[in-house]
Design a protein around this ligand. Structure first.
Ligand SMILES: O=C[C@H](O)[C@H](O)[C@H](O)COP(=O)(O)O
Length: 233
């Protein structure tokens, strides 16, 4: 894999927010990849943490790195979740799911006290929506779900990979919805999740607490959002 300097800088920087004893959510994708590698180094240097992964791919990488993973029945709360995004705006609203991991990612983000998002500078946008919005749908009667999405103007396209229908870790399909510009993200989020067959959509509106943006020269800048402390289960 060719190194993307901005992704690497942001991904590695995020690992610095992990403190001993924390339970950490491991994100998915080519930016979270650098975070997981850095966490692996820290663990080998003695950092005592536990982790949960947002995808089979990240779980495998974490195992290779020797990062201790725990089952969800052992999770009281997740202290920090570090994950990538496909688009982010200055209000820390995100589009995620370019790699198809959005459902697990959202479950873990929702259970985390902090969510640190790592991106390269090209993903910071004024308006969300140029990146097609991933919507995870049940395979059962997916054609009907597809038509419902067409009817509400989502312009869905079934995601393919290697000439096959792309399947998520949860055994679902992804419909990439083409909006160009999303005007009312909260209303769209509710509208999409209200369609039977939709498991989740890739809008993450109130989860990120810190955005780390890596530039091509290796510098990083951060935007934080002072949300009230999240209640954890
Ligand atoms: O489903 C995948 C995730 O939401 C990723 O975090 C997102 O697609 C960003 O991935 P990358 O860092 O590879 O651009």
């Amino acid at each position: 894999m060719q190194t993307n300097i901005g992704k690497k800088a942001a991904g590695e920087k995020a690992a610095g927010y992990i403190k001993p004893g924390m339970t950490v959510g491991l994100g998915t994708g080519s930016t979270a990849y650098y975070t997981i590698l850095r966490i692996g180094e820290l663990v080998r240097d003695g950092l005592d943490i536990k982790a949960v992964a947002t995808s089979a791919q990240s779980e495998e990488l974490a195992r290779e790195q020797g990062i201790p993973l725990i089952d969800f029945d052992q999770v009281d709360s997740i202290d920090i979740d570090i994950d990538g995004a496909d688009e982010a705006d200055a209000q820390l609203q995100l589009i995620k799911g370019g790699g198809g991991a959005l459902l697990r990612e959202k479950i873990i983000a929702a259970a985390s006290k902090e969510m640190v998002v790592v991106i390269d500078e090209q993903k910071l946008v004024k308006h969300l929506g140029k990146f097609p919005l991933p919507v995870e749908v049940a395979t059962f009667a997916w054609e009907l779900t597809f038509r419902q999405l067409v009817a509400i103007g989502a312009h869905p396209v079934l995601r393919m990979k290697d000439n096959q229908r792309f399947l998520t870790d949860n055994g679902n399909y992804i419909l990439d919805c083409h909006y160009q510009k999303i005007h009312n993200a909260a209303a769209l989020h509710a509208q999409l999740n209200n369609v039977p067959g939709v498991m989740e959509n890739g809008l993450f509106l109130h989860y990120a607490t810190r955005l780390i943006i890596g530039a091509a020269d290796g510098s990083v800048r951060e935007i934080t959002h002072p949300y009230p402390a999240k209640t954890s289960f």
